[in-house]
Design a protein around this ligand. Structure first.
Ligand code: DGT
Length: 593
């Protein structure tokens, strides 16, 4: 995902209970305005006003919406009538027309350059006007060709920014990287001199997008092992290599970072290279109070200079007086404080999942018959799979007549299946532009599960799209909102939605929110999963598989759930069949236990 993503794109930043992303996004918008005005030689007072407003917004500890609700926008430093009106417009529509107009007045690629802290607006203008550099790729190319007429400190700072940008350009989807990384680990485990192999980095932490595949290996001869790795035929390019590490590109185009350490260093190295950097920094601060430092080679006693022996990551946390923190939580978003307070969640595991609540069959857009899906469900060890084919208006998708026939077929098939497995009859209905769920109500009442979703109209203004989703959740027959944010990883930014309002409506209406485990979605994103959990929303995992093999993406959904701090009690799919059926048919069962 590019660093310089559209403003509403999910950035994967860690989540606190209070989500202040709007403050940061609005701040960036005002900074953009200031930079463009400066580039165009506008009034310095106006430019300064936008910069000041950006600083004010970035420094706020309270959500800007709350301040607006109190009518206190103009009491903020540097916010006058015009800026207050613009903040109001952003809050209501998710966009600012003035900003949208201004960005059309400069080359599209110039904005990311203007956002680089290492370049002044003056320098950007000079690069653009005299060297024809008006985008990040052009800047990176000129930098590598040593053609940039900048001083050494600026070049050094710029080099870091360009390296970070290049890293982002190669980000991979979790669902693409993970299966390939598993194969790589298996291959590496078969090489001579390898004693242990493990995934590390953002992939082990289950992040939705990853920059590279990090793998840590234990070997009695790390340099020799790295040499062997570099000789493997599937390596297309060696980007950088050192005696105990190498960064390569495979023939499939995957970026892989390999690290080899001696066996006694394995646990420490695994912990270090799992990260995140923010988690490590916070832990090291804690370690220093105890006279320790955490390194990739082991836990160092600062007074003696000796390394303590660590055989598992849990030992290292133990030395800091903490229980082991799961990799998915290691983002410095409150996990260390929770560990200190003995309040780490017991996270859900793939083994806890009793079924898939969103699968499509050949009756709709899917590839497989009900029988085949039932077989696959049983192979995966599930107790149930919900068939939820997609229906739009009565004349497209699954028509009411076809749905009625499908429900009958499901009920007939269930009578022939072993008692331990059932198909649920459901549907995925499109939410109309005005928030209606346009389908035969009598038929919806017959179903076990009604999923509502918005596939179209995602570019509507924020308040309209939000109202649309909330209205659908208020429909008495809608059980679940699928892929609530509509994001498509690496393809399009997240639509402008007031997620706070969506989460609140989910609580009020008792609607389940989906964690869609499709490779391109992982929606709800982990940060919102955590907010939903904190508010008491129950989540539901669905693969939206159109092909049986896609049902295996449940693993990605579970990783996302874990990153959202979910325990089994907050996921509908952990209920056994009977409990789920009772819950869906409102038999007074209110807890997922
Ligand atoms: P990515 O690749 O951007 O998806 O994210 P990560 O977390 O996989 O980052 P990566 O691959 O650059 O490095 C893997 C881990 O190694 C990272 O999470 C923490 C550790 N690490 C790497 N470089 C540094 C560093 O300069 N400082 C610290 N504290 N840790 C680092």
């Amino acid at each position: 995902m590019p660093v310089y993503a559209p403003l509403y794109q999910y950035t994967g930043h860690s989540c606190s209970t209070m989500d202040n992303r709007d403050n940061q996004q609005f701040s960036t918008i005002f900074l953009d305005i200031a930079s463009i005005l400066e580039l165009q030689g506008d009034d310095p007072f106006r430019i300064r006003a936008y910069r000041r407003a950006a600083q004010t917004l970035a420094a706020l500890s309270e959500h800007i919406r709350n301040i607006a609700r109190r009518g206190a926008l103009e009491s903020l430093p540097g916010i006058g009538k015009t800026l207050a009106r613009e903040i109001q417009e952003l809050l209501e529509t998710g966009r600012l027309r003035y900003h949208e107009y201004l960005i059309t007045t400069v080359p599209e690629g110039l904005l990311p350059l203007l956002r680089l802290p290492s370049l002044s607006t003056e320098q950007v203008r000079a690069l653009w006007r005299t060297h024809d550099i008006a985008s990040m790729p052009q800047l990176a190319q000129a930098f590598h060709a040593e053609r940039l007429p900048l001083d050494t400190p600026t070049l050094a700072a710029l080099g870091q920014a360009i390296a970070a940008w290049e890293h982002e350009q190669h980000r991979m989807l979790l669902g693409v990287a993970l299966p390939r990384a598993d194969i790589l680990c298996e291959r590496l485990a078969g090489l001579p001199l390898v004693e242990q192999v493990s995934l590390a980095g953002s992939l082990r932490r289950g992040a939705a997008m990853v920059g590279d595949i990090n793998i840590v290996m234990a070997s009695p001869d790390p340099p020799r092992l790295i040499h062997i790795c570099n000789q493997q035929p599937e390596i297309r390019q060696i980007l950088a290599t050192e005696p105990t590490s190498t960064m390569v590109v495979t023939s499939e185009g995957l970026r892989v970072s390999l690290v080899a350490v001696l066996p006694p260093q394995f646990a420490s190295a695994l912990h270090y290279y799992t990260g995140s950097a923010a988690h490590l920094t916070a832990l090291r601060r804690l370690a220093r109070y105890r006279g320790l430092d955490l390194t990739q080679y082991g836990v160092l006693q600062l007074d003696s200079g000796q390394y303590l022996t660590i055989t598992a990551e849990a030992d290292m946390y133990g030395l800091l007086g903490l229980p082991c923190i799961a990799p998915e939580l290691r983002e410095d978003s409150g996990e260390i404080e929770a560990a200190e307070a003995g309040k780490l969640p017991a996270l859900v595991t793939l083994e806890d999942i009793r079924g898939d609540l969103h699968v499509q069959s050949a009756w709709g857009n899917g590839a497989h018959s009900l029988e085949e899906i039932a077989q696959m469900g049983q192979r995966l060890g599930y107790q149930y799979v919900a068939i939820c084919d997609y229906a739009t208006a009565a004349d497209r998708g699954l028509t009411p007549a076809k749905l009625a026939a499908q429900v009958a077929a499901i009920r007939r098939l269930n009578a022939t299946l072993p008692e331990t497995f059932r198909l649920l009859a459901g549907i995925e209905v499109e939410i109309s532009p005005d928030g209606e769920v346009d389908f035969d109500t009598g038929l919806l009442q017959e179903l076990d599960l009604v999923i509502a979703t918005a596939h179209t109209g995602l570019k509507e203004p924020r308040h309209k799209l939000t109202r649309r989703l909330c209205k659908a959740m208020e429909h008495p027959l809608v059980d679940l909102l699928a892929h609530p944010t509509g994001r498509m990883l690496g393809r399009q930014g997240m639509p402008a939605i007031d997620m706070e309002a969506v989460l609140e409506t989910a609580v009020e209406t008792g609607t389940y929110l989906e964690i869609n485990s499709h490779v391109l979605r992982l929606d709800l994103p982990d940060t919102y999963v955590r907010q939903a959990r904190d508010l008491g929303v129950t989540l539901a995992l669905g693969s939206e598989a159109q092909h049986m093999q896609e049902m295996r993406t449940m693993r990605l959904g579970v990783l996302t759930a874990r990153r959202g701090w979910l325990g089994p009690g907050q996921l509908l799919n952990t209920l056994p069949y009977r409990g789920l059926w009772q819950r869906l048919h409102d038999w007074g069962v209110s807890n997922v236990t």
